[in-house]
Design a protein around this ligand. Structure first.
Ligand SMILES: [Zn+2]
Length: 254
């Protein structure tokens, strides 16, 4: 069977589970029980209405019982996970690192993005759990040395910890959330010390552009309204993950 087809199918299934994580983790619910139910009418969802992407299309995006529209986030997360898995397979190749280290971590990062977007939090179980997973798996990885994962994990954490401490000392306000500090630690442990600078660069440029755009669009409404920073950090990490080799060869003199 074609490996990319397999990656896409696994991505859809994992994405479907990530939807459960995104929906239930912030409120502390169990990830396993009860089975899926419609958030609107609470009727339980039969397995044939719960097939990733296919069921959403067959149901035309509506609950079978109450006809309430199903959030487009569900198929979006499934398709995004499938695309990320396929892209990862294309760039990193069919090696154990890709399947056992990268895919679980990429899946966690997708959950982090959507939870931060809807709840403005990054659960410790994802950021610290991911940090631990990225570090432990670096011992078995052929892509990264454990010393690099350790150094990246510490640099990511302390650089943002330092920023937020300084900002707090100077302005008396909290700038970066603790979740962002731990997330950058996780990303540094995943991708190594040379990724940290690029993640900060990409995330702050993208964050300023989109934050500035939102501020212009909504004028004063948006003032004092913090957009979550986690998704931008993840974006920076994905840019490094997929294009990092190019960056290191062409931009940083080695
Ligand atoms: Zn319903």
């Amino acid at each position: 069977m074609n490996l990319f087809l397999l990656a896409a199918m696994l991505g859809l299934v994992v994405g479907s589970f990530l939807n459960v994580v995104i929906h239930r983790l912030p409120s502390g619910g169990s990830l396993i029980r009860p089975g899926s139910s419609c958030p609107s009418c609470k009727s339980s969802i039969r397995w044939w209405d719960n097939i990733p992407l296919i069921s959403f299309l067959c149901l035309l995006g509506k609950c079978r019982s109450c006809k309430t529209a199903i959030s487009p986030r569900y198929p979006l997360v499934e398709v995004l996970t499938a695309l990320v898995f396929c892209a990862s397979l294309a760039v990193k190749g069919p090696v154990l690192d890709t399947f056992l280290r990268d895919w679980p971590i990429l899946a966690i990062l997708i959950a982090v993005c959507f939870i931060d977007l809807s709840h403005r939090i990054i659960p410790d179980s994802l950021s610290l759990g991911g940090w631990g997973y990225a570090f432990v798996t670096s011992f078995f990885s052929s892509h990264i040395e454990w010393q690099d994962a350790l150094a990246g994990g510490l640099l990511g954490f302390f650089i943002f910890f330092g920023f937020s401490w300084l900002y707090f000392r100077m302005s008396g306000k909290e700038g970066l959330g603790g979740g962002d500090v731990k997330l950058l630690g996780f990303l540094g442990a995943f991708l190594g010390i040379s990724s940290v600078l690029m993640i900060i660069l990409v995330s702050s440029v993208a964050g300023s552009l989109i934050g500035g755009g939102l501020a212009l669009a909504k004028k004063s409404e948006v003032m004092g309204y913090a957009i979550p920073y986690g998704p931008f950090l993840v974006l920076g990490a994905l840019v490094y993950y997929f294009f990092g080799g190019v960056w290191l060869q062409n931009i940083v003199p080695m």
